[in-house]
Structures are given as C-alpha cells and as structure tokens.
Design a protein around this ligand. Structure first.
Ligand SMILES: Cc1c2[nH]c(c1CCC(=O)O)Cc1[nH]c(c(CCC(=O)O)c1C)Cc1[nH]c(c(CCC(=O)O)c1C)Cc1[nH]c(c(C)c1CCC(=O)O)C2
Length: 354
C-alpha cells in the first residue's frame, strides 16, 4: 500500500477507541455538499455521479469543508446508492427531488442484479480515497462509508426516497425469505466494499442505516441487526487476513432508538444518534455499554441565531457529557444553511474544556 502522510489530528480515532482527546472532536454529516458555494459552482459543470466517479473531483469536494473549517474528520465524497448502481440498477440524481431508480427491484428483475465484479466496478471510490489521503496531508482522518443493507434495499424496492417505505416494508412482511436473501447478498457486497475502502486508505468507516426509522424493534431485530453485526464481524476478519489495521466503525441507524442497547452489542465502536433523541436518555439507555456516541444536534438548529446555536450546542454537550463523545449533527446538514453558522458550531465545540 502507498505510504500516506502522517496523521496529525487523531481526536476522532482516539475517542472511538475510548481514549481521552485534547478537545472534543466534531464533523458534520453531508459536510461536503450544497450549502457550500464552492460545491455548487463545481456542481454546475458536472452531474452528481460524474463527481462521485471522478477521483480528482471527488477528492476536491471532500477537501472543500476541510479547507474552510477546523473539522476533525473528512468523509469521502460519494453516495450510498453507488452500490445499487454497481449492481446494474439505473440511479439518477434529480435536482430538487433526490435519487430516482426508474426501474425498481421486482421479482422479475432480481435475477438481473450483477453481484459479480461489483467491487471492481466500485474501484473508483478506492481511487478517490487514496488520492484524498495524500491530498489531506495527514490533517484529519478520512471516513469511508456505505449504506446498510436495509437502507439500500429500501431505495432499490421503492425506486427512490419514500417517507413510509411501505413498498419495501410490504416485502419484509409478505416475502421475508426473498428479503433475507437480498439482505445477505448486500451484506457480502458491503463487507468487501468496506474492506476495499480501508485498503485504499479509509481510516474509519460509517454505516448509514437512514431508513431504520420506519421499522420497529421486532423488524429491526429480525431483518437488520444480524446483518449489521455480520458486516462488523466480517470486516474485522478480512482486515486481519489482509494485514490491515483494525479501523473503528460507526453505526448510524437513524431513528432506531427503539433498539439502542442492542446496537451497542454489535461490535461497533461508535453509535450515531439522530436528532430526535434526548442525549440524557441516550446515556441512560447505553449505561455500562462499551461504546462512544456521536451526534445529534438538530440540523435545523443551524438556522437559529448564532447566540442560540451556541446555546443549543453547549446544552447538547452538557447533556451528553464529554466522555466518549464525538460531536455531529443528528442528520445531514441542509443545503440552505449559512456556511458561517458552521464556524460557530465547530468553534463552540472546540472551546469546551474536557
Ligand atoms: C440516504 C442517503 C443517501 N446518501 C447518503 C445517505 C445516508 C445519509 C442520510 O441519511 O442522509 C450518504 C451521503 N451522500 C453524500 C455523502 C457524501 C459525504 C458527506 O459529505 O457526508 C454521504 C455520506 C453526498 C450527497 N448525496 C446527495 C447530494 C446532493 C446531490 C446533488 O448535488 O444534487 C450529496 C452532496 C444526494 C442524495 N443521496 C441520497 C439522497 C436521499 C439524496 C438527496 C437528498 C439531498 O439532496 O440531500 C441517498
């Protein structure tokens, strides 16, 4: 593997491992995105997936928030939907709408999915990661990421975003065996995809299960937890086989507070917490568990006045406490947030004494 510049800021990695940092680490979900004018100006000339697939462009976008802010991590510019795309599904990113898969999964076309060679077709993500590791010059660690099996299956069955995911949930209730087979297939791909990202230079990994919020404890226990655990276990085994470093992993199961203690037993070092949960309740639910928490400021709090934003941020940190805590929003930042608000948020976090 290529020799990368030495890491200068390892706050996030330390806190993920349960060690005490000099300052609270902070990063922002969707930190490289449309709220940044420099992103919008680049985006005018390129389609979304063209930006994902071109390592130079993906690297440039990944570095945009790092150049502007004192963030404690970078996250590779990509999308969770590159997996369905590499499986042969058409994925379009429609401005103002979001992702659209014009030919969603049906019983008739399941056999058309092409798992063979899928990692090869995702090699561009690895190339973007390797390039970014060099260009980061060791400033901060680089996150790799993936969607969790359920969230990917949801988009594949629904053909795009959905508030209720009633079509995908119908599959869970009506065709559980088919769903298990698909979840298993996605799990195998996700494992190899994450290992490939570490091989390329990712120093920490996040699994996004953004659609966990439409399930309940029973469904999540049956259809999601076993696969999410399998991902963690198999990534560890494969990293060891390849003599690669054991990188920490974050599970962000959005809206799955109905099973937080169960999430803490899957082997992930960090649990991402969405903005709907009270930090004190989170700590209570996770008492005695060996995990770090990450989150969870309401992304809309960045619309508040600077004074109030600072107040909300301090209160959140007070309520979580500074132990084993990575500061983040409780979901991705919105495109119409004023970029200056992000300075106040980060500065407020870094000013907290720990
Ligand atoms: C569900 C999901 C997706 N993608 C992702 C998730 C999980 C996190 C979450 O719940 O938000 C993850 C994601 N998407 C993107 C990143 C890049 C890294 C980062 O800065 O965090 C990451 C980590 C870029 C993106 N992904 C997308 C954009 C905007 C697309 C554009 O420029 O047109 C970016 C910068 C598009 C996207 N991609 C997806 C949706 C629903 C959308 C549309 C919503 C939106 O527009 O914000 C699927």
């Amino acid at each position: 593997m290529s020799q990368f510049p030495q890491l200068k800021n390892d706050r996030i990695l330390k806190v993920a491992r349960g060690e005490v940092p000099d300052k609270l680490p902070v990063w922002i979900m969707r930190q490289a995105g449309r709220y940044l004018p420099e992103f919008m100006s680049l985006r005018q000339n390129h389609s979304f997936f063209e930006m994902c697939q071109n390592p130079e462009l993906a690297c440039e976008v990944t570095l945009m928030p790092i150049k502007r802010y004192n963030l404690d991590a970078a996250i590779i510019f990509s999308d969770i939907l590159v997996i369905p795309q590499a499986l042969g599904m058409v994925v379009e990113m429609k401005p103002g709408v979001g992702p659209v898969l014009p030919e969603p999964l049906t019983f008739e076309n399941i056999s058309k999915l092409e798992p063979k060679g899928v990692i090869e077709r995702l090699k561009y993500v690895g190339e973007a990661i390797t390039l970014t590791r060099h260009k980061l010059e060791g400033k901060v660690p680089l996150f790799g990421f993936t969607g969790a099996p359920w969230t990917l299956l949801g988009y594949m069955v629904e053909g795009g975003g959905s508030r209720t995911l009633s079509k995908a949930k119908k599959w869970l209730y009506a065709y559980p065996e088919v769903c298990h087979r698909l979840m298993y297939l996605l799990t195998r791909i996700i494992v190899d995809y994450l290992v490939m990202q570490v091989e390329a230079g990712a120093q920490i990994l996040q699994v996004f299960d953004s659609s966990a919020e439409v399930l309940n404890k029973e469904l999540y226990t049956k259809f999601c937890l076993p696969y999410i655990k399998d991902i963690r276990d198999c990534v560890l085994v494969k990293l060891e086989q390849k003599n690669l470093e054991k990188v920490p992993m974050v599970l962000f199961a959005k809206g799955a507070h109905y099973c937080l203690p169960e999430q803490a037993d899957l082997g992930y070092e960090v649990l991402g917490i969405d903005w709907t949960v009270d930090p004190k309740v989170v700590r209570e639910l996770l008492k005695g568990k060996n995990v770090t928490v990450q989150g969870n400021l309401d992304p809309c709090a960045l619309y508040a006045s600077e004074d109030n934003l600072i107040k909300f941020t301090k209160k959140m940190i007070d309520d979580f406490g500074t132990q084993r805590y990575i500061v983040n929003l409780g979901h991705g930042i919105y495109p119409d947030v004023c970029p200056d608000k992000v300075y106040s948020f980060i500065e407020t976090v870094h000013n907290v004494k720990i």
